[in-house]
Design a protein around this ligand. Structure first.
Ligand SMILES: Cc1cc2nc3c(=O)[nH]c(=O)nc-3n(C[C@H](O)[C@H](O)[C@H](O)COP(=O)(O)OP(=O)(O)OC[C@H]3O[C@@H](n4cnc5c(N)ncnc54)[C@H](O)[C@@H]3O)c2cc1C
Length: 215
């Protein structure tokens, strides 16, 4: 049995991403796993890391976020919304990010979750070089699950957007592996808007199979 955290970043629960999230919850529950969902838009998640995150700063003259993160961890002085997410991360064996690709990247609200939750001193420790194999979230697994507007052909090395495999490799390496996690193979539905109903159903079936057999 595993503990799975789904970080869901789509503003519409009735979207295809919303369906993927719901399907994952149902299948994981069905398999006997524990699931928590961080539905970032519904939570009204604050996406921007700023000075307000650090009401009791170590250095009040100059704001150095990475140093203040470490200080906040050491003083156990972390805002409640961030602390709650950190607790979910610590609880989880697997973290799934479910999101639409926006500007070939995470939606800002999800990027902001990473900025504000994967603290220096919590997910990694840059001063002590606790990165990659020494990362503080070692033993956990991460999976990117996303949809695109563009077809698969547009995201190949010969296509205008370049090779999606390269993009995913960097995301996996510089996000999950950076903090010591193992990256699971990604799942993507490319250009669902251009698909027939049947093709979309096949993609949902493919997703169900992957989630049912999560390593
Ligand atoms: C700011 C911004 C930037 C973007 N940048 C990029 C980019 O860089 N690259 C890129 O490729 N795209 C980009 N896009 C497009 C975006 O990635 C897609 O619109 C998104 O991935 C589609 O996912 P969705 O959940 O919103 O799909 P939806 O629009 O909800 O659904 C897609 C299709 O699936 C159908 N559907 C919904 N639910 C189900 C279901 N349960 N079963 C069967 N069918 C269903 C819908 O009717 C629709 O036809 C961008 C979009 C925005 C807003």
């Amino acid at each position: 049995m595993m503990n799975v955290l789904i970080v869901f970043a789509h503003p519409e629960s009735e979207s295809l991403n919303g369906s993927l999230k719901e399907l994952a919850v149902d299948v994981l529950n069905d398999e006997g796993h524990q699931v928590q969902v961080s539905d970032l838009y519904t939570m009204n998640w604050k996406a921007v890391l700023d000075k307000d995150d650090f009401p009791e700063r170590m250095n009040k003259e100059l704001f150095n976020p990475i140093a203040e993160q470490l200080n906040a961890v050491e003083k156990d002085n972390i805002p409640l919304d961030i602390k709650r997410e950190m607790d979910k991360v610590l609880w989880s064996d697997v973290i799934i990010f479910q999101f639409p690709i926006w500007w070939s990247n995470f939606p800002a609200i999800l990027k902001g979750w990473i900025d504000r939750v994967f603290y220096n001193g919590f997910a990694f420790n840059v001063g002590e070089m606790k990165l990659y194999n020494e990362g503080l979230l070692k033993g956990k697994k991460g999976m990117l699950s996303f949809t695109t507007g563009a077809s698969r052909e547009l995201y190949t090395d010969k296509g205008p957007h370049g090779d999606i495999e390269v993009l995913v490799k960097y995301f996996n390496h510089l996000l999950f592996e950076f903090v010591g996690m193992d990256a699971l193979p990604y799942f993507a539905i490319f250009g669902p808007g251009e698909m027939s109903e049947e093709e979309r159903e096949n993609e949902l079936d493919r997703f169900e199979e992957i989630i049912r057999n999560l390593p």
